[in-house]
Ligand binder design. Structure first.
Ligand SMILES: Nc1nc2c(ncn2[C@@H]2O[C@H](COP(=O)(O)OP(=O)(O)OP(=O)(O)O)[C@@H](O)[C@H]2O)c(=O)[nH]1
Ligand SMILES: [Mg+2]
Length: 430
């Protein structure tokens, strides 16, 4: 938690004026002090200019999902028009999931044979459609998808999804069909969580829910910007802080565009790492472990001279999936052998494996952030990194589930205060 001297205790907010809005503390001793003048000036400056936050992280770490959450939390959610515009992506995600599993069945080692004759027919049908999906969602198509998803062999392929590239929202989209079919089905956002909504999705009047949108993966975004204002209350003043959040593509091919965003003056970086990625490989290079790549990229960005002045926050994201994996017996030490050593040192009084893994990932990040700059190698982004700058900054780590609005609301409240605090300190005298 934060230990800032600027954190809200005496909440003094001026309600009559618009942004930027600063009120003075009603404290006669302090009011005239130089220190208070200085603090107020710094707060004023922070509030009167936009705070640029850059979301970074490798492909599918959850950056776009965080932006969608900011829209829900700070900009009245999505309009009907925006929701409707997501339908093609949702349909594409459903097809991508099922097509991908059918293809993977014969390719993984050992392969999985789909034995049921009906499911076999469905698999052939889906394969013959190809990766782009059907031009129209007919009943025939939907029935084939459902047959496959219900098939135990396809479920086996699904459980082995770390051995090939499957999008994370697969289960959410495909699971819920039966629920939705029920007579007493209430389409609350909780129930409608993108599970096997396929019956629903094919309908002419289908309107995606916020949860559908959160779980929908949109591959086309390379750089997008979202602007919002949040109310901030601090000890000596408060007001509306204006945030500009930049969402960039995270796959290797997109990373060279990151530099153009750095040039705009970035006050804070939210670096996302999909914690559940430990047993998966990159979509763009199946020889490379996803989590190892995330750590490499983190290292390069952390030491980059381009972001020297920026505050740094790390989201260890996809905690829901990490927990599921660990609780189902997946072993992180098979991919990160140093976990065994960490466990021996730290696991004595710790029976909860998931908590230990969380601690281990945090430890890895701390280790990277404390490395001797001279030892920092450059990997993928060698054109961006010049000389590692002398960086002296704290590293703040949050465990997040980007698809959970409540979780992100809580985390962002902390992050907001921290970013403001970092920026107020930027103006402080040395
Ligand atoms: N279960 C779960 N799924 C998540 C979480 N965060 C993101 N996802 C899903 O992961 C997929 C990728 O998320 P995105 O937000 O598109 O990732 P990104 O970082 O923008 O990816 P690129 O744009 O390719 O760099 C989407 O299907 C999201 O719904 C999470 O915390 N839990
Ligand atoms: Mg994205």
């Amino acid at each position: 938690m934060l230990s800032s001297s600027f954190m809200a205790r005496d909440r003094i907010i001026c309600t009559s004026c618009k942004m930027p809005c600063i009120s003075r503390a009603n404290n006669p001793e302090k009011e005239n002090s130089k220190e208070l003048e200085h603090i107020l000036k710094n707060i004023y400056q922070t509030f009167s200019q936009s705070i640029n936050v850059l979301l970074l992280g490798t492909g599918e770490s959850g950056k776009t999902t965080i932006c969608k959450q900011m829209k829900i939390l700070h900009i009245n959610g999505f309009t009907d028009e925006e929701k409707l515009s997501r339908i093609p992506f949702i349909k594409q995600n459903v097809h991508e999931s099922i097509f991908c599993m059918v293809c993977a069945a014969s390719k993984i080692t050992p392969p999985v044979e789909v034995r049921d004759s009906k499911a076999k027919q469905s698999a052939a049908y889906i394969l013959q459609i190809g990766p782009d999906g059907p031009t129209e969602w007919t009943n025939e198509y939907v029935d084939h998808v459902k047959t496959l998803w219900a098939d135990p062999d396809v479920q086996t392929v699904f459980r082995r999804s770390n051995e090939y590239q499957l999008i994370d929202s697969t289960q959410q989209f495909l699971d819920k069909i039966d629920e939705i079919r029920k007579e007493d089905y209430m389409p609350t956002s909780f129930l409608v969580r993108f599970l096997d909504k396929i019956d629903e999705i094919r309908k002419e009047d289908y309107m995606p829910t916020v949860q559908d949108i959160l779980f929908c993966r949109i591959t086309t975004v390379t750089i997008s910007k979202i602007e919002f204002s949040v109310k901030v209350q601090m000890k000596y003043g408060g007001g509306w802080a204006h945030f500009c959040m930049y969402d960039v593509g995270g796959q290797r091919g997109h990373r060279r565009k990151w530099i153009s965003v750095f040039d705009g003056g970035i006050q804070a970086i939210l670096f996302l790492i999909a914690a559940s990625d430990f047993d998966q490989t990159l979509r763009e290079d199946e020889r490379v472990n996803r989590l190892k790549e995330a750590f490499h990229v983190y290292e390069e960005i952390f030491w980059s001279r381009f972001v020297r002045g920026a505050g740094f926050l790390i989201f260890l994201n996809k905690q829901d999936l990490l927990r599921k994996k660990i609780e189902s017996g997946r072993k992180i030490e098979n991919y990160f052998p140093d976990y065994t050593d960490y466990k021996q040192k730290n696991g004595v009084n710790q029976s909860n494996e998931y908590e230990l893994v969380k601690g281990f990932l945090k430890h890895k990040i701390t280790e990277i952030s404390q490395r001797n700059p001279d030892a920092v190698a450059t990997h993928i982004m060698k054109n961006v990194i010049v000389t590692p700058a002398a960086v002296n900054r704290n590293v703040y780590i949050h465990y997040t589930t980007a698809t959970d609005t409540d979780n992100i609301k809580l985390v962002f409240d902390d992050v907001r205060d921290l970013i403001i605090e970092m920026n107020v300190q930027t103006f402080a005298p040395i």
